[in-house]
Design a protein around this ligand. Sequence first.
Ligand SMILES: CC(C)=CCC/C(C)=C/COP(=O)(O)OP(=O)(O)O
Length: 345
Amino acid sequence: MNASAAIISIPPAHRPSEILANSREIVDPGLRIAVDLLPEPLRQMAGYHLGWLDVRGEPARMSAGKLVRPALAICACTACGGAADSAAPAAVAAELIHNFTLIHDDVMDGDTTRRGRPTVWSVWGVSDAVLLGDALHAVAAEVLASRLPATVVGPAVDRLESTVIELCRGQHEDCSIAQEREPAIGECERIAMGKTGALMGCCCALGALCAGADEPAVAAMDRFGRELGMAFQLVDDLIGIWGDPNVSGKPAGDLARRTYTVPVVAALRSGTAAAVELKQLYSQPHSLSAAQIARAAELIESAGGRSWTRQEAERRMKSALDCLPAQLASADLRVLARLVAHRNL
Ligand SMILES: CC(C)=CCC/C(C)=C/COP(=O)(O)OP(=O)(O)O
């Protein structure tokens, strides 16, 4: 592959903000072209969700997320010797899939705020939100099918669609277990691998495919992304309890709903007095009040659930890097790994 082309078009950045800005430059035009494939009013709803339009369809500049997944696809491609631009279809498809799942997830969770503004379903209703998610999924496959070299299309679309199946498995388990009963840590990990790890693995594997990498390199990138996805989900669980809504753009609502996320499960299995009190709070039949939420957060912290989750995120990040042979462990991928594991609460 043409490594020098990558170096000329996008120099290795090494700083998280530069890596994300470079990725945004590559992915933004492709995302806009992809969204333009949608019929009205789905195009307008997608523009709103992605932060380019306000609810009335007027141009806006709102938060559209950090674009970590496209950055992973692009950096995986350059780490495998490809040109950054050649990963654009993979980066766009990954971001479309990610947004399709968020739009559906907000419906399932009944969440009314994402990225600091009302969710799609809470503005346009559940039917339109379901349709928009479906349409973004279809457009993602279309982007890969129409914009990748013919030799890569088959494996790339296969990988994308099997990832969506895995996402659905993870999400189904999450919805059916996590709010009904206390899962084991192993179950939490299976859920996290399905709903978050699989897509991050797919981003990295698609990036490698775009570079024309061989199967061992694609598989190593997939493992790297999956492990990193586990770290991402663990940090997301911390954000779901201790996150600042002004930073995360969503209320820290996991305790109110009595969701069994990893910090909660880790605290409950600690065998401490705090665990006993937390179990009582979680076994009541209604949402927790503000005072109960604050108490639950204290109990989780004193039972060690917060620090265990933090350390586990760090361990997963290191294990992600261990999945990469030295020649694939680029500086940019290492920076992205740290960014994922240390993002702000
Ligand atoms: C097939 C589908 C719909 C998959 C959803 C995958 C996903 C990562 C949802 C968000 O998880 P979350 O509920 O833990 O995160 P958030 O707090 O952002 O809603």
